[in-house]
Design a protein around this ligand. Sequence first.
Ligand SMILES: NS(=O)(=O)c1c(F)c(F)c(SCCc2ccc(C(=O)O)cc2)c(F)c1NC1CCCCCCC1
Ligand SMILES: [Zn+2]
Length: 257
Amino acid sequence: GKGHSHWSYEDLKHWSTDYLDCGGTKQSPINVDTAQAIFSPDLRPIQISGYSLPASEQLKLKNNGHTVVLELPDSLALTGGYAQQYRAAQLHLHWGSPSGPGSEHTINGHRFAAEIHVVHYNTKYDSFTEAMVHPDGLAVLGAFLEVGHGENQYYHEILKHLFEIQEVGQETSVPGFNIAGLLPANLKFYFHYNGSLTTPPCYQTVKWTIFNQTMLLSHHQMSMLVSTLRSPNDEILQNNYRPVQNLHGRRVLASFQ
Ligand SMILES: NS(=O)(=O)c1c(F)c(F)c(SCCc2ccc(C(=O)O)cc2)c(F)c1NC1CCCCCCC1
Ligand SMILES: [Zn+2]
């Protein structure tokens, strides 16, 4: 059932007692030490297809108490950069607060303002639920968000609806748009490693791609993100990121030098 809704980012130590995998040796997020990353020229550019959705397609946007989730049709596909084909399930965000950053992954110890995750499942499994328990079951594309000068029109398609779902459990519908606009234009430069869901049940079944290029939002857009949604204890939902986890000998690959 929805048992995972009783955990919080405040009592992280209980995660591994309630969910065994949360105490595993292939956990996410991680810090990427770029000097230790292994340049792998065989890592192909990530290729996505079907990401441009017509406005007639209505997508569900939900405050699930831990983040804002945009459900995605499985017509969105990951067709390059991975050995197998994956289809989209949902995307969601992690962020900090007005006083600090909230990305989940860090680069050389640097935490970015926020991070988007586009969650996909391997099409060789019949469903997402089936896929998420297999080591090659999930693929998550991650990109960092920072404050830049202009407004980001693609992120605006999501952020302009946040006020409609301030309370936990609330959902609204968002007209389709080009989801690819939420990711960097250049999908060639990324880090790649095997890890996990960063939330209970922490299944170690995610092949992570973290793009090197950062997305830019306006200051106003970032402040909407960090100050609109409420959490289960009716406080503002902030700092919804898990601390970085030990690599336990895992190698991080880089598609670029
Ligand atoms: N970074 S991540 O991908 O691990 C991740 C998080 F860090 C997340 F924090 C979340 S949200 C927390 C999990 C959750 C809670 C409630 C509901 C609901 O009421 O519908 C749904 C999910 C979250 F949804 C996800 N992604 C989910 C992992 C949870 C279980 C499978 C659902 C799709 C991927
Ligand atoms: Zn996430």
